[in-house]
Design a binder for this molecule. Structure first.
Ligand code: NDP
Length: 254
């Protein structure tokens, strides 16, 4: 029996068990099972991983930084992002990876853009800023902007809208409220000149609704969820996967 889980708080809403179990079933991996674990204290993540005898885990809000700090080893882009969304037992080591940023890039691969604005300055914005080296960053408050030393950064007060092809919402505004990620006037100004709006939240948010009014091509976060999941699935199993097939399977249960 191999057990996998997602650690988060809250975690009851997570679609990950359906996505991974669908793939285990398809590949006839009858001894593999993926579940959910509500973890209140991120500091306990490795202790619980060992206690439950888990082979691999996804890590979601708000535990990615703890997973980064406590994994035995961190590999790839997670080292730069300083956040881990995937833990894998490899030999006797628990190894941390981050598949969010690559998953997002894959999800917008049909977009043709040059200039990018990232709204938000949290963990997801940090991950995406490594993929979009020329992006500007806009956040409601100043504090987290200091993490973006290689980018032009603005708060709502200091921002002077210019033309961007792609506007990305990485904030949690709209996740469990009706908020826009920035003042409406700023967004309307941006949308007048933009081609695409992408959101990391995987249902329609006020941000996406407003972008629709300006006839932008929209991408919500569901494809990102799928593609970051495909990259995690690849790490959970010990055979070469057909990524297109795994993406198709995961999408079929969303
Ligand atoms: P963080 O807590 O690290 O960052 C949150 C960011 O959102 C901060 O910049 C914060 O600004 C900003 N923010 C929060 N509320 C508002 C608001 N009402 N108005 C404007 N800005 C706001 O979160 P994460 O980066 O970890 O996650 C962000 C979102 O990404 C979540 O909704 C999460 O579910 C989603 N996500 C989706 C994935 C997918 O696969 N689709 C994968 C990973 C994440 P401030 O600094 O001022 O507090």
């Amino acid at each position: 029996m191999k057990l996998f889980t997602i650690f988060g708080n809250p975690v009851a809403h997570s679609k990950s068990p359906r996505m991974y179990n669908k793939c285990f079933k398809f590949y006839k991996m009858n001894t593999y099972c993926y579940t959910r674990t509500l973890l209140e204290n991120g500091e306990d993540i490795i202790k619980v991983f060992k206690m439950l005898n888990i082979s691999g885990a996804s890590v979601t809000v708000p535990h990615k930084e703890w997973a980064y700090k406590l994994a035995d080893e961190v590999r790839g882009i997670a080292k730069e992002i300083k956040a881990v969304n995937c833990l894998v037992l490899e030999g006797d080591k628990i190894v941390g990876y981050n598949t969010d940023a690559l998953g997002f890039v894959e999800s917008i691969k049909e977009f043709n853009y040059k200039s990018v604005l990232i709204i938000g300055a949290g963990g997801t914005a940090k991950a995406l800023s490594l993929m979009f080296k020329n992006a500007d960053i806009l956040n409601r408050s100043e504090k987290r902007l200091k993490d973006f030393t290689n980018h032009s950064t603005y708060t709502w007060d200091t921002f002077k809208p210019k033309q961007y092809d792609l506007i990305i919402n990485t904030t949690s505004a709209g996740l469990s409220d009706d908020n826009l990620p920035a003042p409406k006037e700023i967004l309307e100004n941006l949308f007048q000149n933009a081609k695409y709006a992408a959101d990391v939240i995987y249902f329609e948010t006020p941000f996406q609704k407003l972008a629709k009014k300006y006839n932008l091509q929209i991408k919500d976060g569901s494809d990102m969820l799928v593609y970051q999941g495909v990259l995690q699935f690849e790490k959970f199993v010990d055979f070469k996967i057909d990524k297109k097939e795994v993406a198709h399977l995961m999408k079929s249960v969303l």
